[in-house]
Design a protein around this ligand. Structure first.
Ligand code: ADP
Ligand code: ZN
Length: 429
C-alpha cells in the first residue's frame, strides 16, 4: 500500500513524478514555461525531489490573472470538469480536471474514508454543497470509489437532512464542522427522534479550521468519531489529506501532492516539524498542474511513522492563514470584499470594522459602518432600508449576509499604515 511505503521509496516515486510533471507543465503551459524561463530553470535541472526548491512559486493571484483557463496544461477537449472557488475580486478562480485527475481525486478521498474505517457497507450522507464548490462532488466520488452508498444531499434544508439520515440509516456524515455538523446535531437533539435511532458512526469534517474541542463536542453530540478532511480547490478539493483512526494529525497523500513548509517571509524551507506556510506541488495532475502553490495555510509537518502504520506525512491542525482570509460559516470572506461594497455606496464613509464571533456554535458576522452625516435620518424606516441595501449587496458579493451595525461618523478607529479591519473572537487557532 502506497501509504505505508518506506520514506526512501516514496522519495524515489516523488522524484520520478516531479520530473514528469515539470516536463508536462513546461511544454504545455505558457504560464509555467515563462515562469521557469524567468528563473533560468529548465526541466533538465529537475532530477530529484530535492530540486523542487529551484522551481517558481505559484500564488492565488496567478490564477486570477489568468482567468479563466490560462493555467490549463491540457486542451479543453481533455478537460471533463470545472470547479471554482470565490475570490477577492468577484472573479472566481477556476480549475479544470481531466478524466485521470478526477479518478485521482476520487482515490484520495477514498483513502481518507478508508483511514476513518469506512467500507463498502457504509452509507454516506454528503452534506457539503454540490456545484462549483469542490466539497459535494469531491466527497461524493470518494464514497462511490470505496463502493459505499452515497446520499447526495448537498447543504441546507436541515429538517430533511435529519429525516433522510434517519430513514436511510446513514453511517457517515460529510459536511463542515461548525455550521452544518453542529447545527444538524442541535436540530437532532431538539427533534422528537432519539439519537439512538440514528446509525451515524463517522464524521468527515473539513473545508474550514476546527479544533479538538469542537471534535469532542461533535463526537459527543452525534455519538460518532469525527475526522478531519483537508483540501483546497487549487490542488483538487477535499481529500488532499485526511486523519486516520489515531486522530493525531492529517495524513497528506504525498505521492500525488508534494508538501513543503516554507517561511512565509523568506520563502525558504523550514526544518521538519517547524511551523510555516504549506506549499503544494501536484505530482500527477494533468489538467491544471500546480508547481509550489502557496496555500497561505500555516501548519507543520511530521515525518515519524504513525501508530496506524501509515508512513504518509502528517500535518498538524491549520493554525491560521498568512493572508487575511476569514472563513465564516464555511464561506471564504476577504475584508477587501467588504471594503469594495462599502466603497460602492455613497451613503457610507470608506471605513469599516468586521467583528466575527461564535455564539451557540454558529459564526456571527457583524460589519460596522459609518453613515455620512448628510444621510442621517430620524426615521427608523429609512435607516432600516439603508441597512438592508448594504446587507443585500454584501450577500451577493460575498455569499453570506452580515449583520450591519451603523455607527456614528468617525467612531471607527483610524490607524496609520495597515488598518486593522477585523476582530475575530472565535479562538479557532
Ligand atoms: P473550499 O471551497 O473547500 O473551502 P477553498 O479552496 O475555497 O476550498 O478553501 C480552501 C481552504 O480552506 C484551505 O486553504 C484552508 O484554509 C481551509 N480548509 C479546508 N479544509 C480545512 C481543514 N480540514 N482544516 C482547516 N482548514 C481547512
Ligand atoms: Zn495514522
Amino acid at each position: 500500500m502506497i501509504e505505508t511505503m518506506s520514506r526512501e521509496d516514496m522519495q524515489k516515486l516523488q522524484s520520478h513524478r516531479l520530473k514528469r510533471i515539470v516536463e508536462h507543465a513546461y511544454h504545455n503551459s505558457t504560464f509555467y514555461r515563462r515562469k521557469m524561463q524567468e528563473m533560468d530553470v529548465t526541466p533538465d535541472d529537475i532530477q530529484s525531489i530535492d530540486d523542487i526548491v529551484k522551481l517558481p512559486f505559484t500564488v492565488k493571484q496567478d490564477l486570477r490573472d489568468n482567468y479563466p483557463f490560462g493555467l490549463m496544461a491540457s486542451p479543453m477537449s481533455e478537460i471533463v470538469r470545472l470547479h471554482a472557488s470565490s475570490g477577492t475580486t468577484g472573479k472566481p478562480i477556476v480549475v479544470g480536471y481531466t478524466r485521470k485527475d478526477l479518478s485521482v481525486w476520487a482515490e484520495v478521498v477514498a483513502r481518507c474514508l478508508y483511514a476513518y474505517g469506512a467500507t463498502k457497507n457504509d452509507i454516506a450522507q454528503v452534506s457539503y454543497g454540490y456545484g462549483l464548490f469542490t466539497g459535494g462532488l469531491g466527497a461524493h466520488s470518494g464514497v462511490e470509489a470505496i463502493g459505499g452508498t452515497v446520499i447526495p444531499m448537498s447543504s441546507g434544508n436541515t429538517e430533511k437532512q435529519i429525516q433522510l439520515m434517519h430513514d436511510f440509516g446513514a453511517n457517515i456524515l460529510c459536511c463542515t464542522p461548525s455550521y452544518d455538523a453542529l447545527f444538524l446535531a442541535e436540530t437532532i437533539h431538539a427533534s422528537d427522534i432519539p439519537l439512538e435511532e440514528f446509525k451515524l458512526r463517522i464524521g468527515a469534517f473539513g473545508a474550514e479550521p476546527w479544533t479538538d474541542n469542537m471534535r469532542r463536542e461533535l463526537e459527543e453530540k452525534l455519538n460518532i468519531k469525527a475526522y478531519d478532511i483537508y483540501g483546497l480547490t487549487e490542488i483538487c478539493g477535499p481529500g488532499v489529506g485526511g486523519e486516520c483512526e489515531c486522530q493525531n494529525g492529517t495524513h497528506l497523500w504525498e505521492d500525488h501532492f508534494f508538501p513543503e513548509i516554507v517561511d512565509p517571509v523568506t520563502l525558504k524551507p523550514v526544518a521538519p516539524g517547524e511551523q510555516g506556510e504549506l506549499v503544494f506541488t501536484t505530482l500527477t495532475k494533468e489538467g491544471m498542474p500546480m508547481l509550489r502553490y502557496r496555500t497561505r495555510d500555516l501548519t507543520s509537518l511530521h515525518y515519524e511513522k504513525c501508530r496506524c502504520g501509515r508512513t504518509a506525512v502528517r500535518m498538524s491542525r491549520i493554525l491560521g492563514r498568512s493572508d487575511d482570509m476569514l472563513i465564516i460559516r464555511g464561506v471564504n470572506v476577504f475584508p477587501s470584499q467588504v471594503e469594495s461594497v462599502i466603497l460602492e455606496l455613497p451613503e457610507f464613509e470608506p471605513h469599516y470594522f468586521i467583528v466575527v464571533d461564535r455564539v451557540n456554535n454558529t459564526d456571527t458576522f457583524q460589519v460596522q459602518v459609518e453613515l455620512r452625516s448628510e444621510y442621517y435620518s430620524d426615521e427608523m424606516n429609512k435607516m432600516l432600508a439603508l441597512k438592508k441595501k448594504i446587507a443585500g449587496r454584501m450577500q451577493s458579493v460575498i455569499g453570506i449576509q452580515p449583520e450591519i451595525k451603523i455607527v456614528e461618523p468617525r467612531s471607527i478607529e483610524r490607524s496609520m499604515g495597515k488598518a486593522k479591519h477585523v476582530q475575530d473572537n472565535r479562538k479557532l487557532y
